[in-house]
Design a protein around this ligand. Structure first.
Ligand SMILES: Nc1ncnc2c1ncn2[C@@H]1O[C@H](COP(=O)(O)OP(=O)(O)OP(=O)(O)O)[C@@H](O)[C@H]1O
Ligand SMILES: [Mg+2]
Length: 1053
């Protein structure tokens, strides 16, 4: 195992220092509030404050924007300065006041309510006096304590800088050059002499010796005034916060300065790297504080310093599960946001993982001044709000990532996207979601050559194909910080997986257990023996083939466990049951009620999201020590497991794939959580040879899925290519398709037809369906004739509607216009019930009839209108034969509509799932699918004028379906990862709005809210702050837009 080593090399650090001292555009000394305030402590004019030791909690929000990144602002300052400084004799301070007065309205929207010129000047003054003290005060005076505490908080790059400044400063007292400059400044204004003098010293070092003293004087004056303005504005930005922590201010100033320098370093495309991979040292501190990461692994360092990354080439990297891939991606993301000032899209496979990432990165966003925006489920704005200052990190599921990219291409903003990161890149080969990922990446590659793409995965095989597709470099290593030992168990023998032996397995040990004959019967696979070697001291995951099997295994194990297991963390386990009870509105699943006292639970998609979250949290904190789970826990989740047991080499009834196997066993031994890890696959004698293949075969290849399900992916790609005007002739479409993974793998994927033939068929089909217009026949040599999209085609791709349903959907909506029943939302709900869930639904006819009978007469009419007559339901319920031809898909769809209708009425998943005899997880899944579909439907209707009336109706319905809770909880549930149960707790404790949450104190929150750890409390607060900030910024953008003076007002030219 490789030794982790210190990430920040001295060489690199000093190279950044070199860069810093060279960077001419930022006169560090004068602009840095740190430099001004370091020795002053509670100097006159500055608010006297005790040094704040715990300032990471306070003032994190809304008090800081970086001005450095705003070139237009600096240019504005330059212009105005130029205007007022034309007269060399003009008092510089007066000029500053005028400048501030001019800029006030344009620059500081935030300050509109309370800022005024005199206030600005006060800030300016205090800054000057701080700087003045810096020169005059004795370093050994009473403020030393504060100074030291401040310096403790500073990154070492900054301390080095101070050392240099101090040297320079003492030199300037005696230097004739600096004296001359002093005089020069004094002739302009005595009042702001000190900061200017300080700046002069810094400036002097960078200036060529032959420049004339006059020009020295003027340019130096301009620079420092600009810096004053920046400082003043920074001060104003903070003025609205009542208790401003000084240390915080200093840190922020240092940060903004470091970001500026880092940006310069990156822009200069030098191979030099900054204090922390071109990033401010604060980033390193944050990784330490928030993630507990002290040093980077050697491979992480090597990867981050790859030549190809410096050159912004695309990159695929692959390491074993738990290898620490995320950290590398996050550092590259921060470089893009902070140094290159571009937006970033991060694509993750599941909604829950997106939410977790949003929570995890919000604190970074708040501390470093960028926005984190969630694109999952029905959340996310298309196109995203255009931000003037802050950059955005969009964290998205595959589907939402695709819609986001489409909207950016459509609005010609795709160039704003500097970087796209795809986690679990092997998803490219997984069904229709893989197809969507391929389409997204292909569009980015084709439309924005400058957008960098980074993909990572633990389970890649045919990397060559992927490299070709993404035009990417490849980095790999077999490093895993925690060794993972792989075993299989056959009967009572454990074998180590060992490729050096003849059959691939080496005898390890016999399982040590004493089973009664009863127990032998109940547990023939010795699961109890395997788990009790580990629990309760360490934790253990058992992957089971089916949901039912998870529950059975959990019940069986606890039935035979000794009573002592109950004593372990008894109170916490009782609390967990109480918590689950409140989540379930008074009911708890009987299996969980039985297993949790033993520290055991099951985990699969039949649980509600709230339950899943509680169970995951309890498992992470050691309250539960054993989870029997399905493959839902296999990807990207960081749950601690000393031992992972695979109950059988099956998922459902399919034999396990190598990728799945690797992902499952990869949950064992995660760095920072466990120091060792092992996996045991339980094998029946008959499966032994299959398992041999499984364990020793290479990983599966990743193939394009564009041709899956009658070329569904391909069809929707062709449609959107024309719709977005990415490719509008047959020839251009052919060109584009060569850039897809399908293009790379065409011989492998389709044997019967060539790619051009497939494309031709696809385009013809779209024309036939009325989604495209134009001619594509090659015989007519029309490959250059233009294709156009029809309104229905546009609505279809904009709404991400499955092409199989778009015509049907159109017909149903059209019919709805003639007689939409609006007495309740039942009819609208039917239209919003997702088509693709109907095949998995089999109605219980008695329940169907009961629900039908409870409807009002008008609502019953809806059933008839959509094509399910009452007589049909009655006959079905009474088991009579049916002669009439009724569409099953419609019948099933209406049944699901009844479920949704009950959910919206009762807002209680538990009672609805009981009423319809469905698992609560299924009901929840239906609800979230319906929410997504309703939002797709809304986008569909927005494109078709005739459906204008649906827009208002669907907006409201989407909201209801998204949250499906009492209205008062909605603002709290908008915060990433705050689910219903938590929202209720928060609401009842008095946290009723987003602002309440954003301004909460984490300690109080932990005290008031049951089962909330400090870490969770901080994450909730950070996410709320981020959301609030994002909303406020969006409104500000709107104001800006509204007040913008048009350039083409008649008569002004
Ligand atoms: N340099 C480091 N020092 C200490 N811990 C680290 C370091 N880098 C990553 N980790 C920790 O290692 C664990 C696994 O990292 P991560 O989730 O990035 O793995 P991964 O490579 O993405 O695995 P998977 O393929 O399973 O998703 C995390 O808990 C992470 O905090
Ligand atoms: Mg990962």
């Amino acid at each position: 195992m490789a030794e982790p080593r210190l990430a920040v090399r001295r060489k690199n650090r000093s190279s950044l220092e070199r860069k810093r001292s060279r960077a001419p555009a930022q006169p560090i000394a004068a602009s840095s509030p740190v430099a001004r305030k370091r020795p002053s402590g509670g100097g006159e004019g500055a608010p006297a404050e005790a040094p704040c030791t715990n300032d990471s909690e306070e003032d994190m929000f809304g008090d800081y924007d970086s001005f450095c990144g705003n070139d237009s602002l600096v240019a504005q300052v330059d212009d105005i300065e130029h205007k007022y400084l034309q007269d060399n004799n003009m008092d510089v301070k007066a000029a500053a006041e005028m400048v501030l007065g001019n800029l006030q309205s344009g620059v500081h929207q935030k300050e509109q309510d309370n800022s005024s010129a005199p206030e600005n000047v006060v800030v300016l003054k205090s800054d000057q006096e701080g700087a003045c003290q810096m020169r005059d005060s004795d370093p050994a005076d009473g403020n030393q304590e504060l100074t030291e505490s401040i310096l403790d908080d500073l990154p070492c790059s900054q301390l080095l800088y101070f050392e240099k400044m101090d040297e320079l400063f003492s030199a300037s007292r005696t230097s004739p050059v600096s004296k001359g400059q002093d005089e020069c400044v004094n002739s302009s204004s005595d009042k702001i002499r000190d900061p200017l003098t300080f700046s002069a010293g810094a400036k002097h070092r960078n200036r060529p010796p032959d420049s004339s003293s006059h020009s020295k004087c003027v340019s130096f004056k301009t620079e420092s005034l600009k810096d004053h303005l920046k400082s003043a504005m920074t001060g104003n930005a903070r003025a609205q916060t009542l208790q401003v922590s000084k240390t915080k201010q200093l840190k922020e100033a240092v940060l903004s300065e470091e970001i500026f320098v880092a940006r310069k370093v990156i822009e200069s495309s030098s191979v030099d790297i900054g204090p922390f991979y071109g990033l401010p040292s604060k980033v390193k501190d944050l990784f330490r504080q928030l993630r507990g990461i002290e040093t980077l692994y050697e491979w992480q360092h090597d990867c981050l310093t790859l030549e190809s990354l410096q050159q912004r080439r695309n990159l695929i990297y692959s390491l074993p599960t738990g290898g620490g891939k995320t950290l590398v991606a996050e550092i590259i993301i921060l470089q893009e946001l902070l140094c290159r000032q571009k937006d970033v899209l991060m694509i993750l496979p599941y909604v829950a993982i997106v939410q977790e990432k949003v929570r995890g990165l919000s604190s970074f966003g708040i501390e470093l001044g960028f926005l984190v925006e969630e694109y999952a489920g029905s959340k996310g704005r298309f196109p995203p709000v255009k931000r003037r200052v802050k950059k955005s990190l969009y964290i998205a599921t595959i589907e939402k990532g695709h819609a986001l990219v489409n909207s950016l291409i459509e609005t010609e903003r795709i160039y704003d996207l500097g970087l796209v990161v795809v986690d679990e890149l092997h998803m490219l080969g997984e069904g229709s979601r893989g197809a969507i990922l391929e389409i997204t990446l292909a569009k980015i590659l084709y439309t924005s050559k400058k957008t960098q793409i980074i993909g990572m995965s633990a389970t890649l095989n045919n990397v060559g194909d992927l490299q070709k597709f993404l035009q990417a470099e490849y980095y790999t290593s077999d490093f895993r910080p925690v060794e993972l030992k792989e075993y299989i168990k056959v009967r009572d023998t454990i074998y180590a997986v060992d490729s050096k032996t003849e059959n691939g397995f080496a005898f390890s040990r016999l399982l040590n257990f004493k089973y009664s004959s009863n127990l032998e019967k109940a547990d023939p696979d010795h699961i109890i023996a395997l788990v009790t070697e580990v629990i309760p001291k360490y934790s253990c995951l058992i992957f089971c083939p089916t949901k039912k099997n998870c529950e059975n295994v959990a019940s069986m194990v606890c039935k035979y466990l000794k009573k002592e297991f109950r004593a372990h963390k008894e109170k916490e386990k009782q609390d967990l049951i109480k918590n689950l009870k409140s989540i379930g509105n008074g009911s708890v699943c009987p299996v969980l009620k039985q297993t949790i006292p033993f520290g055991i639970a099951y985990h699969h998609s039949g649980l509600t999201n709230d339950e899943r979250k509680s169970i995951e949290e309890a498992y992470s904190s050691g309250v539960l020590c054993l989870l029997a789970c399905t493959a839902t826990l296999a990807a990207g989740v960081n749950l601690p497991a000393r031992r992972v047991i695979l109950r059988a080499p099956y998922v459902g009834s399919d034999f396990l794939k190598k990728n799945q196997y690797k992902q499952m066993i990869g949950r064992a031994g995660r760095a920072g959580i466990d120091s060792a890890g092992e996996s045991i696959l339980i094998v029946q004698e008959r499966d032994k040879h299959l398992v041999q293949d499984l364990v020793h075969s290479p990983l599966e290849n990743c193939y394009s899925n564009l041709l899956l399900e009658l070329s569904k992916g391909m069809q929707s790609l062709l449609l959107s290519l024309v719709g977005l005007k990415i490719a509008v002739t047959h020839e251009e479409v052919d060109d584009f398709m060569c850039c897809t993974l399908l293009g790379v793998q065409q011989q492998l994927v389709s044997k019967e037809k060539s790619l051009p033939e497939i494309i031709k068929d696809g385009l013809e089909n779209l024309i036939e369906k009325g989604l495209l217009k134009g001619r594509i026949s090659q015989e007519d040599h029309n490959s250059k004739s233009t294709l156009t999209i029809t309104p229905l085609g546009k609505a279809t791709y904009k709404g991400s509607i499955d092409l199989a349903y778009c015509n049907l959907l159109y017909r149903e909506l059209k019919k709805g216009l003639e007689g939409l029943v609006l007495e309740s939302n039942l009819h609208l709900l039917y239209l919003s019930t997702p088509y693709d869930m109907t095949s998995t639904c089999s109605p219980d006819w008695m329940i169907y009839l009961r629900q039908f009978n409870q409807l009002s007469a008008a609502e019953q009419k809806v059933a008839d209108i959509v094509g399910v007559p009452e007589s049909f339901i009655t006959k079905k319920a009474s088991g009579q034969a049916i002669r009439k031809n009724v569409d099953n898909a419609v019948v099933n769809r209406l049944y699901l509509t009844f479920v949704l209708y009950a959910l919206l009425k009762e807002t209680n998943i538990w009672s609805v799932s009981e009423k319809f005899n469905m698992s609560r997880g299924y009901v929840q899944n239906l609800l979230s699918s319906a929410a997504s579909f309703a939002s797709c439907l809304l986008h569909f209707c927005e494109e078709l004028e005739e459906f204008w009336v649906y827009k208002a109706l669907l907006t409201e319905l989407t909201k209801q379906l998204t949250y499906c809770v009492k209205t008062e909880l909605i603002p709290l549930m908008e915060v990433a990862g705050v689910l219903e149960a938590r929202a209720k707790q928060l609401y009842n404790a008095g946290y009723k709005t987003l602002a309440h949450l954003a301004n909460a104190n984490p300690e109080t929150l932990v005290r008031m809210i049951e089962h909330l750890s400090r870490r969770q409390a901080k994450q909730i607060i950070s996410s709320a702050k981020m959301l609030l900030s994002e909303k406020a910024e969006a409104l500000q953008e709107e104001v800006e837009e509204l007040l913008k003076v048009p350039t083409d007002i008649p008569g002004t030219h």
